[in-house]
Design a protein around this ligand. Structure first.
Ligand SMILES: Cc1cc2nc3c(=O)[nH]c(=O)nc-3n(C[C@H](O)[C@H](O)[C@H](O)COP(=O)(O)OP(=O)(O)OC[C@H]3O[C@@H](n4cnc5c(N)ncnc54)[C@H](O)[C@@H]3O)c2cc1C
Length: 333
């Protein structure tokens, strides 16, 4: 990709529950601002199956171009296949800037794209601006656990960034209608067969929409411990619609639970009715993801643990002893 020919801003659109994801609307606000400052076009890639209604809807939110990549193999997210398709699209379109949300999809595909395309990437950005002097991209992110705000200027024809949720307001509908174009993906079917087996087993997690989250930390100690947390889900489902299990980063790093369940600064940001923190100390990076919870219940064997400073209700003790009693008590409420 040559430095002179690369033009335009391209966004990776995401679809949730057969509608445009709210994070994509936020990216549209940012993308439009960058495209206007560069006096270039804003494009959005939509990937999936039967995309016409979503593409029509998206057209009213201000992008100049919508690249509709339709294929039945894209109906569910599959990291390997999505990276292949996006690599082809970016190689063809040569955008100056490619943006995705700091979501499960964004964090799965964009680092791999950066490696394959040999492009510079900055993840979890909270702001992006065009330098008026040289039209280069200035990327901003929080570092050292949010204690320092750093700005970066990176070299390269295509700049990649993932953008933190809620850093921008969602785009609003306008009078302009974007142009919808089809992009035929080149899909390696042998990969699809292997990958689709994995997809069937992939669990669907929507922590950001959960009414109750039972979250485990390092104190849980094992994947069996997380099974004990999962066993609480049916109990809460008697009173709440969406109940899920979340985790702190050490629990994920230890491989006790899948990475799409991480809550915190570098994970999901959640705001449930009830957040039950089990064996979690309450580090600032964890609080960054769950501090908007309405009611926090903490179970921890260390009464000095920081989580008790944020909890509405707390129980001190080994979670293995507390959970059965907690289950009994909740059933009586
Ligand atoms: C840049 C950066 C980003 C980060 N992003 C995230 C993020 O997104 N999410 C995140 O969670 N962390 C993140 N971290 C890590 C964060 O700093 C903490 O290390 C982490 O949150 C601590 O997780 P924890 O509370 O599970 O573990 P610990 O701090 O080790 O706490 C374990 C707790 O379990 C208790 N415990 C032990 N055994 C039991 C038992 N049997 N019963 C009951 N309680 C018990 C202990 O008393 C302790 O309080 C990030 C760090 C950095 C530097």
């Amino acid at each position: 990709m040559s430095d002179v020919s690369n033009k335009n801003v391209l966004i990776l659109g995401e679809i949730t529950d057969e509608a445009l994801d709210g994070k994509t609307l936020e990216l549209l606000t940012l993308g439009k601002k960058l495209a206007v400052d560069l006096d270039e076009a804003l494009g959005v890639v939509l990937m999936g199956d039967s995309l016409d209604p979503i593409a029509q809807d998206l057209a009213g939110f201000g992008p100049d171009n919508i690249y509709k990549v339709e294929n039945s193999f894209l109906s569910r997210f599959n990291g390997e296949i999505w990276v292949d398709v996006l690599e082809g699209l970016i190689t063809d379109l040569k955008p100056r800037i490619f943006l995705a949300s700091q979501s499960y999809v964004g964090t799965e595909v964009v680092p791999r794209l950066a490696f394959r395309l040999d492009c510079e990437l900055l993840t979890d950005c909270i702001d992006l601006k065009i330098d008026p002097d040289d039209a280069s991209l200035i990327k901003t992110k929080a570092i050292y656990g949010g204690n320092v705000i750093a700005t970066f200027k990176q070299k390269g024809a295509t700049q990649l960034a993932t953008v933190r949720e809620k850093a921008f307001r969602p785009a609003e509908r306008g009078a302009e209608q974007g142009k919808i174009m089809d992009f035929k993906p080149d899909i390696d079917e042998s990969k699809v067969k292997i990958q689709s087996l994995e997809v069937v087993q992939e669990d669907v997690v929507a922590l950001d929409k959960a009414d109750v989250i039972i979250a485990g930390g390092r104190g849980i100690g094992s994947s069996e411990g997380f099974e004990a947390l999962s066993n609480l889900v049916p109990l809460f489902k008697e009173s709440f619609e969406t109940v899920d299990v979340g985790a702190s980063r050490p629990a994920i790093d230890s491989g006790w639970i899948s990475s799409n369940r991480q809550i915190g600064l570098t994970g999901e940001k959640v705001a449930p009715e009830f957040y039950i923190a089990v064996g979690i100390s309450g580090a600032i990076q964890h609080l960054a993801g769950m501090s908007k919870s309405k009611t926090v219940i903490a179970i921890n064997n260390d009464e000095e643990s920081n989580i008790f400073n944020f909890a509405d209700h707390g129980v001190v003790g080994d979670y293995k002893d507390i959970l059965p009693a907690f289950k009994k008590k909740w059933s009586e409420v």
